[in-house]
Design a protein around this ligand. Structure first.
Ligand code: FMN
Length: 307
């Protein structure tokens, strides 16, 4: 039995529910020999800013018991180099490309999007709102509902394409920020980004990461991500969700779909196995076949609780 693996995130149709997570699959071509991006539902680019950024000084990654902590510092090649050197090949290969955008002001987000709007090959935008708004004294966009609503509205004005807002699990009011993003014009919510964390070297008596803190990802965060996807699905049942956090197997994907996600992203798993997104897709297909599921969409929001 074959299962129809196609899904939709709002107006965006995807061949299957597996995308790569921002920051873990480069710009979509780096690992293409091992994991052809055109066979996935899509890729989400490394976060792009108007100008290239070098990121933080190493060490900026540390492995933990069930995942990793990173403090990369949003290193990227800048939107111009992406549009010139990468996007045309992604487009030629038929990859569904979601551009992840960040900035220290609404104008910076808009600048990235305006540059991409001049090209073909972008399917949707995802706003990373876990970065500080310089003009608001460093407050993260994703932590303040009013700030987030106005940022989303500013970005909404820049494009007619699907606009996803990626929520921070560190925000004091997850549902409030989700609602604010939808009020500002978001078509879908992505969740979750990394959880603020630290690692300590007991001999050196110093934090392992040069910046002190970083973001925890990997299997350790999966139960938290599932809970958050479910809570937001419950609070905003008509808003499409994209689930992320510690996904390593096809069965993990089924759990996120049941919690209410219409698609998922695979991140940290790629560091151990660059072909993980394709392997996970195969596992999901076999899971569906084994369960007698004719279309993967049957799983979305199908959790039998609360009755
Ligand atoms: C090394 C690394 C870099 C990341 N860079 C970004 C980024 O640029 N923008 C973003 O929105 N999320 C970024 N993330 C967060 C991931 O996209 C994802 O939300 C998070 O890692 C949880 O998924 P996972 O447990 O499958 O890795 C990064 C994560 C890692 C591990």
């Amino acid at each position: 039995m074959t299962t129809d693996m196609s899904t939709r995130v709002g107006a965006l149709s995807l061949a299957n529910p597996i995308l790569t997570a921002s920051g873990t699959f480069g710009y979509g071509l780096d690992l293409a020999d091992l994991c052809p991006p055109e066979r996935l539902g899509g890729i989400v680019t490394k976060g792009l800013s108007p100008q290239p950024r070098r990121g933080n000084t190493p060490p900026r990654i540390v492995e933990t018991a069930a995942g990793m902590i990173n403090a990369i510092g949003l290193q990227n090649i800048g939107v111009e180099a992406f549009c010139r050197d990468v996007l045309p090949e992604l487009d030629a290969r038929g990859v569904t490309v979601v551009v992840n955008v960040f900035g220290e002001s609404p104008a910076a987000y808009r600048e990235v999007m305006a540059r991409c709007e001049r090209e073909r090959g972008v399917a949707a935008y995802e706003l990373n709102v876990s970065c500080p708004n310089v003009s608001a004294g460093g407050m993260e966009f994703g932590h303040d509902p009013a700030l987030l609503a106005s940022l989303t509205a500013a970005c909404r004005a820049e494009t007619a394409k699907p606009l996803w807002v990626k929520l921070s699990p560190n925000a004091p009011d997850l549902i409030g920020t989700g609602k604010a993003a939808v009020d500002g014009g978001a078509d879908a919510l992505t969740l979750i980004n990394t959880l603020r964390a630290m690692a300590i070297d007991a001999v050196q008596r110093r934090p392992v990461l040069q910046r002190g803190f970083g973001g925890l990802s990997g299997p350790a965060i999966k139960p938290i991500a599932l809970r958050m996807v479910w809570e937001v699905h419950w609070a905003l049942p008509s808003t499409p969700l994209v689930g992320i956090g510690g996904i390593e197997t096809g069965r993990d994907v089924a759990e996120f779909l049941l919690a209410g996600a219409s698609a998922v992203q695979v991140g940290t798993a790629v560091f151990r196995d660059p072909a993980a997104p394709l392997r996970i897709l195969g596992e999901l297909e076999r899971f569906c076949a084994g369960e007698g599921i004719t279309a993967v969409g049957e799983l979305i929001g199908g959790l039998q609780w609360p009755c």
